[in-house]
Design a protein around this ligand. Structure first.
Ligand code: ADP
Ligand code: ADP
Length: 232
């Protein structure tokens, strides 16, 4: 479902260069929950942003669902990106928009009709367990509820891949577990492929099939979670 081939990302600013990601090749299968773990500064955030080209790799190719995204630009890239949803540590919700409007946002951008949007938003609210909260504003919600809105918005356009950028790092342990089980439900129900980055081992242990360990922009280990973390 996802193929990263020899991805390198070099940042240049004020004469300094930083190789945030160094020559990473990895494949994620359809339906897999794939985790990337590492310390702060290891390059996780840069790598996951390369998957939907929020960051354009300096070199290497990114292929998602059979389409090489690194060959695309403009409208066609925008269209292909709808196959990829993303959720964030700090949720990135529009504070002046209701829960319904936050979820509807990508559907409006995609030009969907109002009645179809309303029906789709109802479906998504129920999927994430927020049926009663559609007319509230983000400030009226708990952290866990905000992330449920983030998930609903990310799934609005029915993507094949969900990217999770430290999606539970701002949440307490109990809420983290609830969000992780929601992600597992969605993975099972929709056959969605999930890639997540985290600095928390527990997140990887609870839901990932395979894990890559990053350090200094490289993958230093990649295997099933069982083989990487639970070996005697
Ligand atoms: P992580 O997500 O594992 O904390 P990041 O991908 O955020 O790691 O960062 C990897 C390295 O790249 C760090 O040294 C960071 O300072 C650097 N970096 C990240 N984004 C930028 C940027 N926009 N400009 C310059 N350097 C950056
Ligand atoms: P997080 O760890 O939550 O991903 P970061 O502090 O690593 O957040 O990055 C926040 C933003 O700042 C990102 O857009 C990242 O690309 C950018 N950034 C990170 N490190 C640097 C850096 N050394 N120079 C410039 N921008 C950076």
């Amino acid at each position: 479902m996802i193929a990263l081939q020899n991805i390198t990302k070099t940042y240049r600013s004020r004469g300094q260069t930083v190789d945030a990601v160094r020559d990473i090749t990895l494949h994620v299968e359809k339906g897999e929950i794939f985790g990337i773990i590492g310390h702060s500064g290891a390059g996780k955030s840069t790598l996951i942003r390369c998957i939907n080209l929020l960051e354009r790799p300096t070199s290497g190719s990114v292929t998602v669902g059979g389409t090489e995204l690194t060959k695309l630009g403009g409208k066609e890239l925008q269209r292909q990106r709808r196959k990829i949803g993303m959720i964030f540590q700090h949720f990135n919700l529009l504070s002046s928009a209701s829960v319904r409007d936050n979820i509807a946002f990508p559907l409006r951008l995609a030009g969907m009709k109002k009645t179809a949007i309303n029906a789709r938003v109802d479906e998504l609210l129920s999927l994430v367990g927020l049926e009663e909260h559609g007319n509230k504003y983000p400030a009226q919600l708990s952290g866990g509820q905000k992330q449920r809105v983030g998930i609903a918005r990310a799934l609005a356009a029915d993507p094949e891949v969900l990217l999770c950028d430290e999606a539970t790092s701002a949440l307490d342990p109990q809420t983290t577990n609830a969000i992780l089980s929601l992600l597992m439900d969605i993975n099972e129900k929709l056959g969605l492929t999930i890639v997540l980055i985290t600095h928390e081992m527990q997140v990887i242990r609870s839901i990932c099939d395979r894990v890559a360990v990053m350090d200094g922009g490289r993958i230093v280990e990649m295997d099933t979670v069982l083989n990487v973390f639970l070996r005697p």
